[in-house]
Design a protein around this ligand. Structure first.
Ligand code: FES
Ligand SMILES: [Fe+2]
Length: 337
């Protein structure tokens, strides 16, 4: 980090982006609480779509996730005050004929439903659109989601472990990592205004069944990051089914995230969902143990305090892009060893 660059606050910068706060299937009859960049909110479904407001009632601070959706909007469980999607209180049952005070309103946030997720942007004007994943909307693939990953990891560190090529042969031994192939051949990283992309071929080791030796499965991995915290990762193995993983880390604070993680696959692959959930949870548990142990927890935008080598090009380019958001400019990177 160059000292003359004012580092914008984490909250200020990332408040201007869309982040998922719930899976669509979680928000049905009941409102669902969320935390995003230190803001406590609640999302709920109205007749015309999803809405997001502050979590605690303007009247006496009751938790609105204990409320319920009614025709007009969201009704608080404590005294039945009802709020519309615009946050305005529409009804005070204890005095139905009196005027409603102007202060009887909730802060609202931009809210959008797409890809099976409820997305929220805390700022009035989003700095970037949602990721473009058209294959999820053309009806040609099926999708399966993992339970939310609730890790003590910053969103940036989470993204970096997903983008980390050199860890596969170490951290993922026993799932798909190939301990015989720790060397990372040179690979290209493409940086564009919305993120970074890269493609590698990894000699994954498919475990052998019932004591048989494992088989090497040369797998093409295509990484496609949408800043700040979303990645689409296409797997094209030779032995297993092709599928695409989507991971979006949602920053609860600078040091903690929840990750919404799902996969798309050919709809005719029977039992894909079952197989995917089981194997992916084992793989992610390997990642979690390492990622939760990293310090500092916050995602560094300072390149001086960790050591960068060519094999790390993809996480480095990602970090450079995130640093640019914080600094308003891309920092110069020391030479790679
Ligand atoms: S606290 Fe919500 S209606 Fe009174
Ligand atoms: Fe990993």
């Amino acid at each position: 980090m160059r000292t003359q660059d004012p580092l914008r606050s984490y909250q200020e910068v990332f408040s201007a982006y869309w982040h998922p706060v719930a899976f669509s299937h979680e928000v049905q009859e009941r409102p669902v609480a969320f935390r995003l960049l230190g803001t406590e909110g609640v999302v709920w479904r109205s007749d015309t779509g999803v809405a997001a407001t502050q979590r605690y009632c303007a009247h006496r601070g009751a938790d609105l996730c204990q409320g319920e959706r009614v025709t007009q909007g969201l009704r608080c469980a404590f005294h039945g005050w009802t709020y519309g999607r615009d946050g305005q209180c529409l009804r005070i049952p204890s005095q139905p004929s009196a005027p409603i005070p102007a202060s009887a309103r909730l802060d609202t946030y931009r809210c959008h439903e797409r890809y099976g997720l409820i997305w929220v942007c805390l700022a009035d004007t989003p700095a970037a659109p949602l990721p473009e994943w058209p294959e999820l909307e053309d009806g040609t693939v099926a999708a399966v989601a993992l339970p939310r990953l609730d890790w003590e990891v910053s969103a940036g560190r989470m993204m970096e472990i997903i983008l980390d090529v050199a860890h596969l042969s170490w951290v993922h031994r026993g799932t798909f990592g190939n301990p015989e192939q720790p060397e990372v051949p040179p690979y290209e990283v493409e940086r564009h205004s919305g993120g970074v992309r890269s493609r590698i071929v990894y000699p994954a080791l498919a475990p052998g069944m019932e004591g048989a030796p494992g088989r090497v499965d040369r797998t093409t991995l295509t990484y496609d990051v949408t800043l700040p915290f979303a990645v689409r990762l296409a797997f094209k193995p030779t032995l297993f089914y092709a599928h695409t993983v989507y991971a979006v880390a949602s920053p609860l604070s600078e040091e903690k995230m929840q990750c919404f993680y799902f996969a798309s696959h050919h709809p005719k692959i029977r039992n894909f969902g079952e197989m995917f959930v089981k194997s992916e949870l084992a793989i992610l548990e390997q990642d979690r143990r390492v990622a939760e142990g990293q310090r500092p927890r916050a995602h560094p935008v300072d390149f001086a305090h960790e050591v960068h080598v060519k094999a790390d090009s993809l996480p480095i380019e990602y970090r450079r892009a995130v640093a640019a958001l914080r600094l308003g400019d891309a920092p110069r990177l020391p030479g790679l060893e």
